[in-house]
Each structure stands twice: as C-alpha cells, then as structure tokens.
Design a protein around this ligand. Structure first.
Ligand SMILES: Nc1ncnc2c1ncn2[C@@H]1O[C@H](COP(=O)(O)OP(=O)(O)OP(=O)(O)O)[C@@H](O)[C@H]1O
Ligand SMILES: [Mg+2]
Length: 279
C-alpha cells in the first residue's frame, strides 16, 4: 500500500489543526511508524510545536515549492522519531508568487511523491485560508482529517472547504478522501453537545468517535516545543490523541495502537522530536 498522506485542514482559524497534526504525527511515530510531518503554514506553528526554532531553519517547504529542482530530501529535518519539513514566514511570499507559476499547486505533491516510499505516514498541517497553499495540500493528500471546534459557528465554512475538495477531486486529485471529522476543544457545555450532534447529523460515521477535550496541557505544550506525549504523557490530551490515532490507523487499515509501545516510547527521555537539519 502507498503511504497515506493525511492533510489536517479547515479554513477556519484556531480549530486545532496544528495541535492535531503534531500530536497525531507524534502518536503515529510512537507506534514505530516512520512519520514525516510537513508544515505548510507560514505561521510555522507545527515547526515550533515540535521544537524547531524558526531562526535555525535553512531550507523549508517554501524553497521546496518555489524551486522546482530542490529535492525533498534536502529540506527534511531528521528527528529521533519524527521527520519534519519546516515552514517559515517566507512561505507567505511564496504563496503570492505561486499565482504566476505554472502548476505551482502540484509542486508539493510532486516533491513528496519522491520521498513517499520512505515513510509509513505523511501528515500535513495547513494554513487557515483557502488558497494556493491549501490547494497544494489537497493535491498532495490522499486523506483529510477535518478538525471542527465545538462552537456555535463550527459548521459554517465546512461547505466552502468541501466545495474546494470537490473541485480538486474533479481536477487533479480524484482519489482524495475525507478520513474523518474531528471534534476539538470539547468541554462539558451544551454547545459542545450541539456541535457534536450537528456534525453527526451532517457527516454520520465520518465523524471520529474520539473528541479532543479542551485541556491546559494541550495548550501549554507548543510553547515548550513539545508534543503532548512528551509534555504530559499521562494527560487527558495524550489519551485523546492516542485514541484518535487508534481510529486513524484502523480507518487506514494499518493496525491498532499498542498502548504499551506508546507508554514505553514516551518515557524515553531523549525521544523528543527533531534534532536539527541534515544539511
Ligand atoms: N484541546 C485543546 N485544549 C486546549 N487548547 C487547545 C486545544 N487544541 C488547541 N488548543 C489551543 O488553541 C489554539 C489554536 O489551536 P491550533 O493552533 O492547533 O489551531 P489551528 O487550527 O492550527 O490554528 P490556525 O488556524 O491559526 O492555524 C492554540 O493556542 C492551541 O494551543
Ligand atoms: Mg495552525
């Protein structure tokens, strides 16, 4: 089977895309899968969230898209458990340039295709806007995970995203599929219950059973450059993302989460994330 490429996407801001991308990627890596995390947001939140300082980055996803001769291998940061293609703020300049570059929205897909066989799963974090970068992710992906926050307005905008997805399927990426909708930032309020009910009403079994609860540990982790599995492996947030990972693996047909593996790995003190560039 070809390595699945999961884009975590929703053009609504602040719904937990980055939190989901980094913790899903890390949880998959803790299952002894070879995982590549691709940050495709000029904010570079996923990059920083796994412990890489933006100032230390020499080559990033921006160069990969802009320079047709740049090999993906060159921009991959090798981590102990997780590999990363980083993003920096220059990516927003690249996005503006993409409008005048032929087939620029296919570049990421083409570059990732060259390293796909080295990985078990690739996870892409996307920016909160529909545009050339989002389309690049939709072209490169085989599957989408769509985080939806537990707010009154949560479902607004998903229609817009889905019409973009349909356009991509009709054109350049016919096999793109929604792997699931994920309720995030869940708390014990009625609003959360209503958001889940309306998600279920609209998307039924496509909604993951796992809900990601709102938690302080999940909010703290990015500032420390750690995933939840290194910041607070026993926390509710870690359990929620492990449970999501279980569902993701099952939907992809790549087995079940081994709790033992996750526990043992997360206890290894040096495991944390990315060490630095390979250049
Ligand atoms: N389950 C959670 N509990 C508590 N805080 C959370 C949770 N999920 C995300 N957050 C926090 O909410 C904020 C937004 O989350 P995140 O950055 O993952 O969203 P995003 O969709 O990637 O945002 P953007 O659209 O800006 O890229 C961050 O400060 C993050 O730490
Ligand atoms: Mg983000």
């Amino acid at each position: 089977m070809k390595c699945p490429v999961i884009a975590v996407t929703n053009q609504k801001g602040g719904v937990g895309k980055t939190t989901t991308a980094i913790n899903l990627a890390q949880a998959l890596a803790l299952q002894d899968l070879k995982v590549l995390l691709v940050d495709l947001d000029p904010q570079g939140n996923a990059t920083q969230g796994v412990g890489v300082h933006l100032e230390s980055i020499r080559e990033s996803v921006g160069e990969l898209i802009r320079d047709r001769t740049m090999s993906a291998e060159r921009v991959i940061y090798k981590g102990d458990s997780l590999d990363l293609i980083a993003a920096t703020p220059m990516l927003s300049r690249v996005e503006r340039e993409m409008v005048s570059i032929t087939n620029s929205e296919l570049r990421l897909a083409q570059r990732l295709a060259t390293v796909r066989s080295n990985y078990s799963v690739i996870v892409i974090d996307t920016p909160p806007t529909i545009g050339p970068l989002m389309n690049s992710a939709l072209n490169a992906a085989s599957h989408l995970v769509i985080p939806v926050d537990s707010s009154y307005f949560a479902l607004m905008g998903i229609k817009e995203l889905l019409s973009e997805v349909e356009a991509i399927k009709d054109g350049t990426n016919p096999s793109l599929a929604v792997l699931g909708y994920l309720l995030t930032l869940a708390d014990p309020t009625n609003i959360t219950g209503q958001a889940f009910d309306s998600l279920m009403g609209n998307f039924g079994e496509q909604v993951f059973e796992t809900r990601i609860r709102r938690s302080v540990k999940l909010r703290e982790a990015p500032a420390l450059g750690k995933t939840i599995f290194h910041h607070a492996p026993e926390s509710a947030g870690a359990r929620d993302y492990l449970s999501l990972t279980n569902e993701v693996m099952s939907r992809l047909g790549i087995g079940e989460v081994s709790r033992e593996l996750a526990d043992n790995q997360a206890r290894r003190p040096t495991l944390s994330v990315v060490n630095g560039g390979v250049l």
